[in-house]
Design a protein around this ligand. Structure first.
Ligand code: PMP
Length: 417
């Protein structure tokens, strides 16, 4: 009998039968409050009726209209709809299937458009698992160990992760910008640097928001040196942070934006957006793929955008996110093992730390497990997997947040007793 690879580790033993809204139901009928949302994917909740309807209608009409062979309506409709929400001037789109592929497409575009070889990433960033994307990833060595050599031309600058350094945000930001300038003098000259790749909030790296001064510092240096600012919104986009884009918190404008996850409510769909002028600088033939812009995925994505707008999900993410962050902070304040609670919108992380300031992976894992036993699904992240993260769907309501916080308080109490 065939089995799944032993390398594929599941965070929970749950065998799911179906999902509805913020809940998953296992094969025995047990109901779980799902604060993982498929790693930030099912933003409209599981099986939102409008998304289901759009996908079902499309399945009966056309499933695969290979987009370098023919054009199809769902792709046209989605492209037009994205035009209403993308940052100003980023009016040209390329679609692919996974986040990693979008990262790779942005990497190709950055190098081709600038004719420069090097990329600067920020420590703790996660950009994917394919070899080039893994080369840009510094959120944990598990994503790149054992298959070196990785792609060359990648330089790593610090992210203003104040809690990690044990500094306040101003000091961490000064340090990160100073080190970036030092990197220009020591590692990659500005005129050899094609792009900055950055998440507006470290995701897999531990749920650490960037800040306005840092992001604007990147923008200024990008403008000064002709470097592209590539913002990876794969986890933070589509309302997840309580604003439509994660970078909207920092009043900064990207040259390329990367999209996936929350875009299509669970269908594999990703993409990059840039200005037409920038896109035109990439080499002909450098964009394509068999499955990109799949018709069912595009129909689901167009419906997802409608649901986000019609149900005011960005505002809901902001309001429920404040409720979740404040509640998690209250629990953190009472728990010495929780050193920091941070987040933006419906991305909230609690970092577990030992009394001598070391990452406390064991207690984080115990709290995660105790929550699962109480029917609350959570995930961990961070370089040491010592941050427990909550990522509910954007349709989550106040009562569900309260329930999750009650369970979390009990789970933390059990893990730390
Ligand atoms: N970038 C970010 C910010 C992500 O969070 C992820 C996935 N966690 C990726 C890229 C890679 O996406 P995928 O797993 O779909 O390749």
């Amino acid at each position: 009998m065939a089995t799944l690879s032993p390398l594929l580790k599941q965070a929970t033993p749950v065998v799911v039968d179906h999902g509805q809204g913020a809940y998953l139901y296992d094969t025995t009928g047990r109901r779980y409050l799902d604060f993982t949302a498929g790693i930030g994917v099912t933003s409209t909740g599981h099986c939102h009726p409008k998304v289901v309807e759009a996908a079902q209608n499309q399945v009966g009409k056309l499933i695969h209209g290979q987009y370098t062979t023919v054009m199809h309506q769902p792709l046209q409709e989605l492209t037009a709809k994205l035009g209403d929400v993308l940052p100003t001037g980023l009016d040209s789109l390329f679609f692919s299937n996974s986040g990693s592929e979008a990262v790779e497409a942005a990497l190709r575009l950055s190098r081709q458009a600038t004719a420069r070889p090097n990329i600067i990433v920020f420590q703790g960033g996660f950009h994917g698992r394919t070899v080039a994307a893994a080369s840009l990833t510094t959120s944990g060595t598990r994503f790149s160990a054992g298959f070196s050599p990785l792609m060359s031309g990648v330089h790593v600058a610090p992210f203003p992760f104040a809690y990690h350094y044990g500094w306040d945000e101003e000091t961490a930001t000064d340090f990160a910008l100073r080190e970036l300038d030092y990197l220009f003098a020591t590692g990659t000259a500005p005129h050899e640097t094609a792009a900055f790749f950055i998440e507006p909030m470290l995701g897999e790296g531990g749920y650490v928001p960037a800040n306005t001064r840092f992001m604007q510092g990147l923008r200024r240096r990008a403008d000064e040196h002709g470097i592209l600012l590539v913002i990876d919104e794969i986890q933070t986009g589509f309302g997840r942070t309580g604003k439509f884009w994660g970078h909207d918190h920092f009043d900064v404008h990207p040259d390329i934006v990367l999209i996936a996850k929350g875009l299509a409510s669970g269908f594999p769909l990703s993409g990059i957006a840039a200005s037409k002028e920038l896109m035109a600088k990439a080499w002909p033939g450098s964009q394509g793929g068999t499955y990109g812009g799949n018709a069912v995925a595009c129909a689901a994505a167009a419906a997802t955008l409608d649901v986000i707008r019609d149900e005011n999900l960005v505002d809901n993410a902001a309001a429920r996110g404040t409720q979740l962050l404040e509640g998690a902070r209250q629990i953190g304040d009472k728990t010495p093992a929780i050193g920091d609670v941070r987040g933006l919108g419906l991305l909230v992380g609690s970092e577990f730390t030992t009394p001598d300031g070391q990452p406390d992976t064991a207690t984080a894992q115990a709290a995660h497990k105790a929550a699962l036993q109480r029917d609350l699904l959570l995930l961990t992240c961070g370089a040491h997997m010592n941050v427990v993260r909550m990522i509910p769907p954007l349709i989550v309501d106040a009562a569900q947040i309260d329930t999750a916080l009650d369970i979390w308080a009990d789970a933390v109490a059990e893990a730390t007793k």
